[in-house]
Write a protein that binds this ligand. Structure first.
Ligand code: BGC
Length: 272
């Protein structure tokens, strides 16, 4: 793929990426900026890392600012969007990426762990999507920047479909995103708002370090990936740019699995 395939594809568009101070969020923020979008790098912890992402984007000729908000907090989300509009005027692209894991065997999972993961991973996506949709509808269409009124891309997981022992709160939150995007896409299609999700498999990021940082765990993980390697966050960034651009204008309510084949029941290569 030529390096500059996405150059200018998102020129003039304003994007917000939640949880952009690490992992997949950082890679998406950088990819969108490379494609010409102005980017809000949201964070709730590790402000220094968010500032590093902003600096990296700005020194590479892009445009970014960092904004604080816990996406599960309605008021903080509201304030973050106001601040974004003060700086960039509006929003064209929302990347609902912020997500956490708090794992426990089913019988030991506390209500606090259940609620926290659902609040960030699912309610947080609802709260940010609602603010974005309100602004898309208020602003109306700008045909100079996009054929759509606005685009929302929710970062989910292969665990929207694959059950995951010891992670019931996480898997349920991701399954909820599947219905969130489909219902939103059905409801908001007539207004030309596109809503899609990306479901990554095993991508090398801080959230899953324990799954690949010893030869034994890495080997066990690779057994689950027919394509034979762990993914890179930039590979999710490329999919996000395409979904945010007019190149995917007829795509809505869809989930894209970027997972090296993790969804293909790899156990059945030899079993069954
Ligand atoms: C999780 C990772 C995990 C991957 C594949 C992702 O949603 O965040 O921790 O490695 O799914 O199981």
């Amino acid at each position: 793929m030529p390096q500059n395939l996405f150059n200018g594809l998102l020129a003039g568009q304003k994007a917000l990426v939640t949880g952009a101070n690490s992992g997949i969020g950082t890679a998406i923020a950088k990819s969108l900026a490379k494609a010409g979008a102005s980017v809000v790098v949201n964070f709730v912890t590790e402000e220094d890392k968010a500032e590093e992402v902003v600096n990296a984007i700005n020194t590479n000729g892009g445009e970014a600012i960092a904004l604080y908000a816990d996406v599960s907090n309605e008021e903080q989300v509201h304030i973050m969007f106001r601040k974004m509009f003060e700086t960039y005027g509006t929003i064209d692209i929302l990347i609902n990426n912020a997500g956490i894991q708090q794992d426990a065997p089913f019988q030991d999972m506390t209500l606090a762990q259940w609620n926290r993961v659902l609040s960030v991973n699912l309610t947080g996506q609802f709260l940010c999507a609602r603010e974005a949709v309100r602004e898309f509808l208020r602003r109306g269409q700008n045909t100079q920047t996009s054929s759509a009124l606005g685009k929302i891309i929710c970062i989910s997981s292969v665990h929207d479909t694959i059950p995951w022992a010891g992670h019931v709160n996480y898997a349920v939150s991701k399954a909820g995103i599947s219905m969130l995007i489909k219902t939103m896409a059905q409801e908001l299609g007539p207004q030309h708002i596109r809503v899609n999700s990306i479901s990554p498999g095993a991508i090398k990021t801080p959230i899953n370090t324990a799954a690949w940082n010893t030869p034994e765990t890495e080997d066990a993980l690779l057994q689950l990936i027919p394509y034979g390697r762990i993914g890179h966050a930039e590979e999710i960034g490329k999919m996000a740019v395409w979904l945010a651009s007019d190149e995917s204008d007829y795509v809505t309510g869809a989930t894209f699995y970027v997972d090296g084949g993790m969804m293909l029941y790899p156990g059945f290569r030899t079993g069954g």
